[in-house]
Write a protein that binds this ligand. Structure first.
Ligand code: GAL
Length: 473
């Protein structure tokens, strides 16, 4: 059944992130990161005050993870490096050899199994020592990140050929530096998100150039950034107000980063005009959105070798019904996303299941950002605790999603190169702790050896990977 097949050498993967799975938070010389600090502060920052201290124990149980990967037959595995495990204070002043050994073992074993690693340099876990100097609020962090990237390319780049610099900068900016929901828990409403995003974009661009200038010729790898986005539709397709709100919703999230990196080195026009207008009304002399110099724009433009999309859900959008008081990212966006009551929910309140939204978003990326090679670097569905091993309904969501993905490839001509399930394992789901389970493998967090057991979804996903296609019914 050829129409159910994916293109040859399609990348089939699953993804994880260091803080969410490794544990070993103070083992073998690892430095503290912002999530260690944030979770240890308690105060219900995270549900039930869960922490990533132990998580899935992957720092010691990594061979168990490899067994899961093998059982799935994956061609690719996406994981992230713990910055403070490698460089305890974030700088190359001191290198933690034990950390280097850990990732060397992991990478070598993956390659020995014929699994291609896709490695994220930074997935939310900023070293605390750098955060103490401002973290992403400080421009200096972009330079420190560049050196960290250089260190990783020179240490692992002989074997790692696919790199992601920053995971979901929009989430870090909004939740970490504006709304105090994520670590480092800063609340600089109206400023924090834009400033931190500005520095993350610079950091990303510096890392890309570092690779391009000093490593690419020899190592022949590719570097990108992972961007998260919903698909957005106007709530009422005939309302101009809803259409404009919908456009802002998209521009303020995906295009905030994709516009500078893939198009012209600068922020979307609507972000610049809205934030500047609001800033003026607030009596400020300059816009709350920082500006790139012409030189910086040139440096930022074109700094991604492929497009990495993390997609989970969609929204119907209309203008904000009540404008929040005071300046904020939300009031600048002036849009609110609403879930259609007919969309099923998967394990967590925000995750409405909308497989066709992914197809539309892929076509949008193709048409807006120069028809790039795209990897879906995260997509998944959760179960709330306690989960069922026979997650038949959840696998149904995956199947519907993969059907839409196939249409994007075959009917819309999207150059989709790979698909990564979030996540390989149930893990520490940020503010939801261990209560929201995204794994293909169940992890029993109540047993000291943290056993992994495949869900029905894992067994079915393995069949798809093996077939390189959907199974006909
Ligand atoms: C993404 C994030 C992952 C994971 C997932 C599910 O935003 O990159 O770490 O937690 O969401 O919520």
């Amino acid at each position: 059944m050829d129409e159910l097949k994916f293109p040859e050498s399609f990348a089939w993967g699953a993804a994880t992130a260091a803080y969410q799975i490794e544990g070993g938070w103070d083992t073998d010389g690892k430095g503290l990161n912002v999530w260690d600090t944030f979770t240890h502060q308690g105060g219900d920052r995270v549900l039930k005050n869960h922490t990533g201290d132990v998580a899935c124990g992957s720092y010691t149980l990594w061979e168990e993870d490899l067994k899961c990967i093998k059982q799935l037959g994956l061609t690719h595995y996406r994981f992230s490096l713990s910055w403070s495990r490698l460089l305890p204070d974030g700088t190359t002043g001191f290198i933690n050899q034990k950390g280097v050994e850990y990732y060397n073992k992991l990478i070598d074993s993956l390659l020995a199994m014929n699994v291609t690693p896709l490695v994220t340099l930074y997935h939310f876990d900023m070293p605390q020592a750098l955060e103490d100097q401002g973290g992403w609020s400080s421009e200096k962090t972009a330079d420190v990140f560049e050196q960290y990237a250089k260190f990783c390319f020179s240490t692992f780049g002989d074997r790692v050929k696919l790199w992601i610099t920053v995971n979901e900068p929009a989430m870090v900016a909004k939740l970490g530096y504006e709304q105090a929901i994520f670590a480092p828990g800063k609340k600089e409403t109206g400023f924090g998100a834009y400033r931190s995003a500005h520095n993350m974009i610079k950091a990303h661009a510096k890392a890309w150039h570092m690779y391009n200038t000093f490593f690419k010729e020899k190592q022949k790898g590719l570097v990108s950034i992972a961007l998260d986005s919903d698909w957005a539709e106007p709530l009422d397709p005939n309302s101009d107000g809803d259409k404009e709100a919908c456009d802002r919703y998209q521009q303020f999230r995906l295009n905030w980063f994709a516009n500078p990196i893939f198009i012209d080195g600068d922020y979307p026009a609507v972000m610049k005009s809205e934030i500047s207008r609001n800033s003026k009304e607030e009596g400020l002399m300059t816009s709350r959105l920082p500006e790139f110099t012409d030189e910086e724009k040139k440096i930022i433009k074109g700094t991604a070798d492929f497009f990495c999309l993390n997609y989970y859900t969609s929204r119907n959008v209309r203008p904000l019904s009540t404008k929040p008081s005071g300046p904020s990212y939300n009031s600048d966006t002036g849009a609110e996303g609403i879930k259609d009551p007919n969309w099923p929910e998967a394990g967590v309140e925000w995750l409405a299941v909308v497989p066709w939204g992914l197809r539309k978003l892929l076509a949008y990326i193709k048409n807006t950002f120069g028809d790039p090679d795209i990897y879906i670097t995260e997509n998944g569905f959760a179960q709330s605790d306690p989960p069922v091993l026979q997650d038949v309904q959840r696998w149904g969501y995956f199947e519907e999603t993969l059907t839409e993905v196939l249409k994007a490839i075959k009917q819309d001509g999207v150059k989709l190169k790979g698909y990564f399930v979030w996540s390989l394992l149930d893990n520490f789901e940020w503010n939801s702790g261990y209560n929201v389970r995204f794994g293909l493998f169940h992890v029993d967090f109540n047993q000291p050896n943290l056993p992994r057991t495949p869900y029905y979804s894992a067994i079915e996903y393995a069949k798809v990977v093996k077939e390189n296609g959907l199974i006909s019914k």
